[in-house]
Design a protein around this ligand. Structure first.
Ligand code: NI
Ligand code: MN
Length: 223
């Protein structure tokens, strides 16, 4: 399985049975190196309705006939804009042709220009026998310990930007709770207010069983 970072909270995940993208924020992110039209996927997984996450979801859905997988209210919002959607909700899992998706809690908001779109979420994605946890935008919460206990996480994608989400110190605590094989920081440096040095996060993991990996924008890794 291949994971490519496209900046902010956006990751493309390509497996043997299909591809998905998390939180595509490309067109309006000057740091992103690809455009929505460059993306080929079977599904778009969106954690919440803020513009820096729902971003290009509808456009990518339309370009690819791809389903938007999101919490019910947000999936409906995308469907009203012409996307194909598969609504889910927190605690629910579903087997798709490309892999299995489960929604987890996230402590944050979820508002679009049309109003509130329910609760935000995180995702557990099982693809080709590998488990990825995308935390979405969230603060640290102690149920991450439960998520780590119930799941053998290969890769955790965790926000470190602070201000809107966990900062580095709390993200390191999240790693302790989740106990993943690899932790990749996200949701930093896109805006001035979330400026962080991701190497401080990686250095904080040097005595941990978890390997910290900073992906440059556009960089991929095989898992
Ligand atoms: Ni947000
Ligand atoms: Mn955000």
């Amino acid at each position: 399985m291949k994971i490519t970072y496209h900046g902010h909270s956006c990751f493309l995940v390509e497996g043997s049975k299909g591809s998905i993208i998390f939180d595509p924020f490309l067109k309006d992110n000057p740091l992103a190196k690809v455009k929505p039209r460059d993306i080929r996927v079977d599904a778009v997984l969106v954690t919440h309705g803020h513009f820096d996450h729902v971003g290009d979801a509808v456009e990518i859905s339309k370009n690819n006939n791809a389903i938007v997988i999101a919490p019910f209210e947000l999936a409906n919002y995308c469907q009203n804009k012409g996307a194909a959607s598969h609504p889910m909700h927190i605690g629910g899992s579903h087997a798709f042709p490309f892999g299995t998706v489960k929604l987890t809690i996230a402590h944050h908001g979820s508002t679009t220009e049309t109003g509130a779109t329910g609760n935000p979420c995180g995702f557990l994605l099982n693809m080709d026998g590998k488990l990825i946890y995308h935390a979405g935008d969230t603060g640290l919460f102690s149920d991450m310990r439960l998520i780590g206990e119930l799941n053998d996480i290969d890769v955790a994608l965790l926000p470190i930007g602070d201000n809107f989400t966990m900062g580095i110190e709390d993200a390191l605590k999240a790693v302790e709770f989740l106990n993943p094989g690899i932790a990749i920081p996200m949701h930093y440096n896109t805006f001035d207010v979330i400026r962080q040095d991701p190497n401080i996060f990686v250095d904080g993991l040097k005595d941990s069983h978890t390997k910290g990996v900073v992906l440059a924008i556009g960089e991929s890794m095989e898992v």
